[in-house]
Design a protein around this ligand. Structure first.
Ligand SMILES: Cc1cc2nc3c(=O)[nH]c(=O)nc-3n(C[C@H](O)[C@H](O)[C@H](O)COP(=O)(O)OP(=O)(O)OC[C@H]3O[C@@H](n4cnc5c(N)ncnc54)[C@H](O)[C@@H]3O)c2cc1C
Length: 395
C-alpha cells in the first residue's frame, strides 16, 4: 500500500487531519488499532475552544455540533462558599466555547471519512514507523491477522500517549519534560440534567470538584481523588455526598442527583516531547504532549497541531517550499507550552495537594480572589480558556 500521508490513530487528531487533507485533495490512509465502536464510545474531553469549533465548521464537520452542542459564554469559580462567574465574551471581545463531547466529534468525523474520505482501517495496529528520517518513511502494521507495510511520503503519529510513533525518534535527539501529580479525577456520567447551565470549577479544603455536562439531560462530574484510586471503591451515594460538600455555597444552589452510568479515574500528567518532528515523521496531539484536564486543552491542542500540519503540507504542495513543514515543531510548541502553563496554573489553583500547608491554602484563595476582583487577571483566564488562535506563529 502507498499513500501521501500515513496517519496512525483515529482519535480526534487523526480523524480531523484526514478530513483536512481530503478537503485539500491530498490522499491519506488512517490506521486505528481499536474497533469503531470502541473509538466512538471512549469518554474523554468535552470542551471545544472557539478555534476548534470554527475549524470543524470550515472542514464541513460542524453541522451536528451546531445543532446539538451547547455554546457556553462563561464558567463559574466557586471557593470559600462564594460564586464568581467569568464572562468570556465580555472579557475577550466576543469569544466563547462549545460543549460537545469528544465521542460526538469522533462519530461525526468517522461518518464523513467513511462516506467521502480515504481508507480508514479499524483494528489495524501500527507496529513501527521505519525510515522516519528519510524521504520514504513506512508504517509496518497488522490488519486482519497479517502484517503489511504502508509506504508514505509523510507519516503523522496521532496515536496518543501510548502509541508507537514517538518511539521512532532517536532518543539522542529527544528531550522530554514531565510532571506527575499526586492526585487524579474520579469522573462520573449521570443521567440527570446539569445543576448549573455553565461549568463550575470548585476549590474546596476537601479537594477540587468540577460540574460539567454532555447534554441537557446528561451531567459529567469530577472529584479530585488520591492518585491510584479504584473507581469501584466509591459507591454512588458517597460520590454524590462528596460532590455536594465540595460545591457548597451560602445561597440556595443545590446539586441534583441521578443514576450514575459510568465511573472512571483519570491520572493527571503534564508531558511534552520535543521535537514534534523527525524527518518526515510528525507527532500530533497526545502522542507529543499531555496536559492535566483542568484547563480543557487536550483535544484543542490536538486540533491545533493537525491544522498546523495540514496548512504546512498544503503550502508545500502549492509553493514547493518546505518552510512551514520545517517550522512545524516550533510553531506547535509555542501553543503547546501556553496550554501547559495554563493547565498547570488551573490545576495548582484549584486542587489541594496532599500535605498542603495553611499558607498554601491561603495563597490559593488569594489567587482566586485576585481573579474575582481584577479585570486583568480575569481576562487572562478567559483568553486562555477560550483558546489561543491557530495562527501560523501559534500566537
Ligand atoms: C481518560 C482520559 C480522560 C480525558 N478527559 C479529558 C477532559 O475531560 N478534557 C480534555 O480537554 N481532555 C481530556 N482528555 C484528553 C483528550 O481526550 C486528549 O487530549 C485527546 O483525546 C487527544 O486526541 P488524540 O487524537 O491526540 O489522541 P487519542 O484520542 O488518544 O487517540 C489516539 C488514537 O490512536 C490509536 N492508537 C494508539 N496506538 C496505536 C497504534 N499502534 N496503531 C494504531 N492506532 C493506535 C488509539 O486507539 C486512539 O484511537 C482525556 C484523556 C484521557 C486519556
Amino acid at each position: 500500500m502507498r499513500t501521501t500521508v500515513g496517519i496512525i490513530g483515529a482519535g480526534p487528531a487523526g480523524l480531523l487531519l484526514a478530513r483536512l487533507l481530503h478537503n485539500a485533495g491530498i490522499d491519506s490512509v488512517v490506521l486505528e488499532s481499536r474497533d469503531r465502536a470502541y473509538v466512538e464510545r471512549r469518554q474523554r474531553a468535552g470542551i471545544l475552544e472557539q478555534g476548534t469549533a470554527d475549524v470543524l465548521r470550515a472542514a464541513g464537520a460542524g453541522e451536528r455540533m451546531d445543532r446539538e452542542g451547547l455554546r457556553h459564554d462563561g464558567i463559574e469559580l466557586r471557593f470559600d462558599r462564594t460564586r464568581h462567574r467569568v464572562d468570556f465574551p465580555g472579557l475577550t471581545g466576543g469569544r466563547s466555547v462549545m460543549v460537545y463531547a469528544q465521542t460526538e466529534v469522533c462519530k461525526d468525523l468517522i461518518a464523513l471519512q467513511l462516506r467521502e474520505g480515504g481508507p480508514l482501517l479499524f483494528e489495524a495496529e501500527a507496529l513501527a514507523v521505519e525510515d522516519a528520517g528519510t524521504d520514504a518513511p513506512r508504517i509496518r502494521f497488522r490488519h486482519e491477522g497479517r502484517e503489511d507495510v504502508l509506504e508514505c511520503s509523510y507519516v503523522v503519529g496521532c496515536d496518543g500517549f501510548w502509541g508507537v510513533a514517538r518511539k521512532a525518534i532517536p532518543a539522542g535527539l529527544t528531550q522530554v519534560f514531565e510532571r506527575t501529580y499526586p492526585f487524579g479525577w474520579l469522573g462520573i456520567l449521570a443521567d440527570v440534567p446539569p445543576s448549573h447551565d455553565e461549568l463550575v470549577y470548585a476549590r474546596h479544603d476537601r479537594g477540587f470538584a468540577l460540574l460539567s455536562m454532555r447534554s441537557p439531560a446528561v451531567s459529567r462530574l469530577y472529584l479530585q481523588v488520591a492518585d491510584g484510586t479504584d473507581p469501584g471503591a466509591w459507591d454512588d451515594e458517597e460520590i454524590w455526598d462528596e460532590l455536594e460538600r465540595r460545591f457548597e455555597t451560602d445561597d440556595d444552589w443545590y446539586l441534583q442527583r441521578g443514576p450514575i452510568t459510568q465511573k472512571t479515574v483519570t491520572p493527571m500528567r503534564s508531558y511534552v516531547h520535543e521535537p514534534m518532528r523527525h524527518g518526515r515523521l510528525f507527532l500530533a496531539g497526545d502522542a507529543a504532549h499531555i496536559v492535566p484536564p483542568t484547563g480543557a486543552k487536550g483535544l484543542n491542542l490536538a486540533a491545533g497541531d493537525v491544522v498546523t500540519f495540514a496548512r504546512a503540507l498544503i503550502h508545500r504542495q502549492e509553493t514547493g517550499s518546505p518552510e512551514l513543514l520545517d517550522a512545524y515543531s516550533r510553531t506547535c510548541l509555542r501553543r503547546v507550552w501556553q496550554a501547559e502553563r495554563f493547565s498547570y496554573d488551573m490545576t495548582t489553583l484549584l486542587h489541594r495537594a496532599p500535605g498542603a500547608t495553611a499558607f498554601e491554602d491561603r495563597l490559593q484563595l488569594a489567587r482566586l480572589e485576585r481573579i474575582a476582583s481584577s479585570r486583568a487577571a480575569e481576562t487572562d483566564l478567559a483568553e486562555a480558556y477560550t483558546g489561543f488562535p491557530f495562527g501560523p506563529a501559534g500566537e
